[in-house]
Ligand binder design. Structure first.
Ligand SMILES: Cc1cc2nc3c(=O)[nH]c(=O)nc-3n(C[C@H](O)[C@H](O)[C@H](O)COP(=O)(O)OP(=O)(O)OC[C@H]3O[C@@H](n4cnc5c(N)ncnc54)[C@H](O)[C@@H]3O)c2cc1C
Length: 482
């Protein structure tokens, strides 16, 4: 019997009373309490979740207690970090039939090992706090994303988060040196070795990375750190097309090699959304350009980063790839460039319900894919406005679509799902992915399942069964419920 089919028969009140006795009042929030709302609803406001209760363990042993007790009673668990995920992985809609386990109280930085260039932390530590702690020791934790002030490292690992620095440092997966997790039977998986090289058989910790809470609850993480680039150069550029932006990227890779840390594109139409979130938005370009680029490189003070970026831009200008641009004169100036990129995401949330994607294609297909999707929308979906921006240096574009102003929510839902299907069909034509970095969760489960081959489906189910034979861990996320 799996968790979903049996939870209606569970004496939930008895289980919650036992949990309250074990964990104390502070760790149990009733689902109808006012405080529960922020755990139930996701960041985007698109998903209104429901739960039997919210549990907030403060120690690894308490996480084990919860998982054991839920397992005994076949009660489903939804692990939750900062609840900034965008695919309904940490919230469950419909009739309440699971407990949310929030890691927010398990949030200590366990230590920084400067000699090993690594740090370890509880899973509930907020990403920004880890970045600050690394910086205080003159090192860099390169994972960087708009939600870093709220998302937790356990959530980042569970979604294998990307962000703006993947170009140079890789996805979260590449930063994980060790993991600790409570498995669905309540046992503790320990692999906090801090080793960079360790080829002893299967790399089991990597199975938990990107598993979105379906295989266990991550409680601790050890992460790779890097020397902090003291010399950072940031440029905000205007170019004529996405094709030119990608040609510029190629040139930047050749000229700057691995010093390039970020290469983001922003379709000019997105700037209006940034202004929606921040009316003081000022684009640092002399003229209007159809596509904007934020490019950053980082190096040690012994390298003349400014000379490098200037020579790149001169070469790009000469080659006709670059229209206009500004190099940041200070960290505050660079921060203002990045604010445009962050505000345009916030602006979309302010606009209201819209279609959100997270597509990836091979680098050579970025510009053709965007043009194809734009052409498709303009001929088939009059009034729907495309917004294209993203981590172009990783082939990752958020091709989002705003519905016509004033359209009713149920109309947006109905038509929007067809717009989404069309966009997924287009990215599939290019051999791409519908989820570059946000994961699958519940909102993309059916497309994920649809795209898998029968062999891939069988292996996914078998893997889930090995870790979680009772199906209590985040049921309905990534895989259909058994
Ligand atoms: C403004 C904004 C910008 C963003 N930018 C990016 C970006 O650039 N790149 C990117 O990749 N994502 C981005 N995201 C998405 C999101 O921030 C990431 O997916 C992030 O990694 C989620 O972390 P979280 O702690 O909020 O996890 P949650 O949303 O709480 O959970 C996400 C998933 O992980 C599981 N989970 C959480 N914690 C644990 C744990 N300890 N153990 C097991 N499972 C767990 C949950 O069950 C859920 O399935 C952005 C989101 C916002 C709102």
């Amino acid at each position: 019997m799996n968790a979903s089919s049996s939870s209606s028969t569970v004496d939930v009140a008895t289980v919650l009373a036992a949990l309250r006795r074990t964990l104390g009042d502070v760790a149990v929030i009733d689902a109808d309490a006012q405080d529960a709302a922020r755990y139930l609803n996701d960041w985007s406001g698109d998903y209104r979740g429901a739960a039997l209760a919210v549990l907030r363990p403060a120690t690894v042993a308490e996480v084990q207690d919860i998982v054991r007790l839920c397992g005994q009673h076949r009660l489903a668990i939804v692990p939750q970090g900062g609840n900034t995920g965008l695919v309904a992985g940490a919230v469950m809609e419909g009739t309440p039939r699971a407990v949310i386990v929030s890691l927010e109280r398990l949030n200590r930085i366990r230590g920084v090992d400067a000699e090993n260039f690594s740090m370890s932390a509880d899973a509930g530590a907020v990403l920004q706090s880890l970045k600050d702690a690394a910086e205080a020791r003159d090192m860099l934790l390169p994972l960087a994303l708009g939600a870093q002030g709220s998302c937790q490292i356990g959530g980042n690992v569970s979604t294998n988060a990307g962000g703006i620095n993947v170009l140079r440092y890789g996805m979260t997966r590449d930063l994980v040196l060790g993991l600790e997790a409570v498995l669905p039977d309540g046992s503790l998986f320990q692999s906090m070795t801090g080793l960079r090289k360790d080829n002893r058989g299967y790399d089991l910790k990597q199975l938990l990375v990107g598993a979105e809470g379906t295989l266990g609850i991550i409680t601790g993480v050890e992460l790779k750190l890097f020397p902090r680039p003291a010399n950072v150069e940031t440029a905000y550029l205007g170019v004529a097309s996405f094709a030119d932006a990608m040609a510029l990227f190629r040139l930047a890779r050749e000229v700057c090699s691995d010093l390039l840390t970020a290469f983001e594109v922003i379709g000019a139409e997105c700037v209006a959304l940034a202004s929606l979130a921040n009316p003081d938005t000022r684009v640092p370009l002399q003229e209007d350009w159809p596509v904007h680029v934020i490019m950053e490189l980082g190096c040690s003070p012994t390298i003349d980063g400014r000379a490098l970026i200037e020579s790149l831009l001169a070469e790009a200008f000469e080659a006709g790839l670059l229209g206009d641009g500004t190099i940041a004169q200070s960290r505050a100036h660079a921060k203002a460039f990045w604010a445009i990129r962050e505000d345009l995401v916030e602006g979309q949330a302010n606009y209201g319900r819209h279609i959100r994607t997270d597509l990836s294609v091979r680098l050579g297909d970025v510009a053709p894919m965007i043009e194809r999707a734009r052409a498709h929308l303009s001929s088939n979906w009059a009034g729907w406005q495309p917004l294209a921006y993203g981590h172009a240096g990783d082939g990752n574009i958020h091709f989002n679509v705003l519905p016509p102003r004033g359209m009713a929510t149920d109309e947006i839902r109905r038509h929007g799902s067809r717009v989404l299907e069309d966009l997924y069909a287009i990215v599939r034509e290019f051999g791409g992915s519908f989820s570059a970095e946000h994961g699958v969760g519940r909102s993309r489960r059916s497309v994920h399942w649809d795209w898998l081959t029968p062999e891939q489906r069988a292996v996914s189910k078998a893997l889930k069964a090995v870790f979680d034979p009772l199906g209590i861990m985040n049921p309905g996320s990534i895989l259909p419920e058994a």
